[in-house]
Design a protein around this ligand. Structure first.
Ligand SMILES: [Zn+2]
Ligand SMILES: [Zn+2]
Length: 252
């Protein structure tokens, strides 16, 4: 079958599966709890999409389209990272459900948002992969939300998908509450990439949420070390903290 046809067929089946599931078990919105849709229009309308100027590298919302202080100080290993919307309000609620409460039906509407975002970037990736969980966390949770999101994404776009391209080489502590510098050192050497899958390729990495971009940076480092020529990244949500708009000199 022609390249991409099989993936698109798989995506058709995937959508039909969720349509049937909704018919059998009418869904409630993961953002607000109202019955009718897995992700409702009211929650979509309340979501703060990232459409204005951003740092061209890390995608952090900015007043103008120029490198942010953090990327100026230390250029990340990835070429560019973009996120669909801010990690707040109903989207935050929905992502939490997706991540911790097995609300896997959310992957379909959210993968669609990521497809739209990808098309708007003009990037040309050869391969889609995702940020892996550590083995311990994977075993506890039973699934990796980034993989659940990237599978229908790749299928809808007819792109090759290699979820095993990156493995988490060692367990890392949660990034929550860590500063940008602490996040980078916490992830130092955490990932390994498979050169037989990524060598010579432009790789697109998918994750659910980005904060400082430290995870994406570490994943990109492992991909480049394994011979990838370029790394792009998309996340559904972007946690934007006040400190992210800090003064570049004092770092406050
Ligand atoms: Zn809703
Ligand atoms: Zn930046």
């Amino acid at each position: 079958m022609a390249a991409g046809r099989r993936e698109k067929l798989v995506f058709g089946l995937y959508r039909s599966f969720w349509a049937a599931a909704d018919w059998v078990y009418p869904p409630a919105c993961a953002g607000c709890g109202r019955p009718g849709a897995r992700w409702c229009e009211a929650c979509e309308a309340q979501t703060q999409l990232i459409t204005g100027p951003v740092c061209p590298v890390c995608g952090l919302p900015a007043r103008q389209e120029s490198l942010c202080p953090r990327c100026r100080r230390r250029r990340p290993a990835f070429t560019a990272l973009r996120s669909w919307a801010r990690y707040s309000g109903p989207l935050r609620e929905a992502v939490q459900r997706f991540k911790y409460r097995r609300d896997l039906g959310l992957a379909e509407p959210f993968a669609e948002r990521l497809c739209r975002l990808y098309r708007s970037t003009g990037w040309a990736a050869d391969l889609v992969t995702c940020v892996p969980l550590g083995r311990l966390r994977q075993r506890e949770r039973g699934y990796n939300q980034a993989k659940e999101l990237s599978y229908p994404f790749a299928a809808a776009l007819g792109m090759p998908f290699a979820p095993q391209a990156i493995t988490r080489f060692r367990e890392t502590r949660s990034q929550v509450g860590l500063s940008a510098a602490e996040r980078i050192s916490n992830l130092e050497g955490a990932f390994r990439a498979d050169s037989s899958l990524v060598s010579g390729k432009r790789v697109l990495v998918i994750d659910d949420v980005a904060t400082t971009g430290a995870t994406t940076h570490a994943a990109a480092q492992s991909l480049l070390a394994a011979g990838a020529v370029q790394v792009y990244a998309l996340t559904l949500a972007r946690a934007v903290r006040l400190a992210d708009h800090s003064d570049p000199v004092s770092g406050q």
